[in-house]
Design a binder for this molecule. Structure first.
Ligand SMILES: CCN(C(=O)c1cnc(C)nc1NCc1ccco1)[C@H]1CCCNC1
Length: 338
């Protein structure tokens, strides 16, 4: 009998409340990798043993060596993926991938070049896309679709918990097949995904304090478990930051730590519900030797049409609102995280 009754948990590591990743294995014998479970993309990639020695981001991470795996199947098709934040190039391979103890035969990309920015800062090795198949590059069937076709999950959903306390262990949980009552309270509120095949919803407004400031006529919000921050159109975010007195420097927005307690909440109107973040949720307070630094976890990002303009709700939002991604009903559920 299945001890997890049709659900499969994977504990996640929380790195500074900005990177959350879990362990998978690829190949036989198992080669271990830390990956981000990313609803903002739909492909699996890990660094390759064959990556160029000049790719700093490559040799500082675990690399897949196909010559050491007797279940490896050659493919060789070219692969490249461009995130707003960086580029990955490589080629396709097939091997046994194990997620939460579940083996699937999976086509994935061996990355032979990773842009130094941002991947030299990555504590994870690769990315496991949890997006829909129609956004998968090279038309590859994503890992979660492979798992669904095994008909072992109680429900065709997966849920994500991100801890806000860097000292808490585990720092989060991916649960395939259901939701985990240990990590949320109250009921779920559901939103239909806006467009088939993307983890995005229609947002009805963004308020600062009690005042509606953006997206009053409606806009798109992507729920991206692989993004650290909340991003919005650069002009809107810069107005929002001015309202809370934040200054932009080369690493992002910061506020004077003395003002943090008085900062207003920022509220996202989604599906008839208000999802508010307080300063506890959107400020990362770092004590550094030259004094405390208070980072605002919002970033300006202009995504070009037709995809943009969009808001991206990332880890800081998910840490406050436990999120269920429902492939059966094409909807996203939010509940208050514990
Ligand atoms: C993974 C690539 N992503 C990042 O935003 C990103 C980049 N570089 C670093 C160093 N970290 C990132 N995310 C850390 C993280 C883990 C969980 C929450 O945030 C995005 C690209 C767009 C699709 N969605 C994912």
């Amino acid at each position: 009998a299945d001890p997890n009754n049709g659900t499969v948990p994977t504990p996640l590591t929380n790195y500074l409340d900005t990177q959350y990743f879990g362990e998978i294995s690829i190949g036989s014998p198992a080669q271990m990798f830390n990956v981000v479970f990313d609803t903002g993309s739909a492909n699996l990639w890990v660094p390759s043993q064959r990556c160029s020695p000049f790719s700093t981001a490559c040799f500082t991470h675990n690399r897949y060596d196909s010559s050491q795996s007797h279940t490896h199947v050659e493919n060789g098709t070219g692969f490249s993926i461009n995130y707003a934040s960086g580029t990955i190039r490589g080629f396709l391979s097939e091997d046994v991938v194990v997620v939460g103890g579940l083996p699937v035969v999976q086509v994935f990309a061996e990355a032979t070049s990773l842009s130094a920015m941002p991947f030299i800062f990555a504590k994870f090795d690769g990315v496991l896309g949890m997006g829909y198949p129609n956004v998968a590059i090279d038309g590859i069937t994503p890992v979660f679709d492979q798992i669904m076709s095994q008909h072992i999950l109680k429900e065709e959903v997966f849920s994500i918990y991100y801890s806000r306390d860097p000292k808490q262990s585990p720092g989060g949980e991916l649960l395939l097949g259901g939701t985990d009552p240990n990590y949320y309270t109250g009921n779920f509120n559901y939103l239909e995904t806006r467009e088939m095949g993307k983890w995005e919803v229609t947002m009805k407004g963004v308020a600062v304090g009690a005042e509606m400031m953006f997206c009053a006529e409606g806009c798109t919000a992507v729920i991206d478990t692989g993004s650290s921050y909340i991003t919005g159109p650069a002009s809107s975010v810069s107005m929002l930051m001015k309202t809370i007195g934040a200054q932009l420097d080369e690493t992002g927005y910061k506020v004077n730590c003395d003002t943090v307690k008085m900062l207003p909440s920022v509220t996202f109107h989604l599906g008839g519900q208000d999802y508010s973040l307080t300063h506890e949720d959107y400020i990362i307070w770092q004590s550094q030797f030259e004094g405390d630094v208070c980072i605002v976890t919002f970033r300006g990002l202009d995504v070009p049409p037709p995809t943009g303009p969009i808001w991206i709700l990332g880890a800081n939002f998910i840490a406050r609102y436990y999120t269920e991604f429902d492939r059966r009903n094409n909807r996203i559920g939010f509940a208050a995280a514990v």
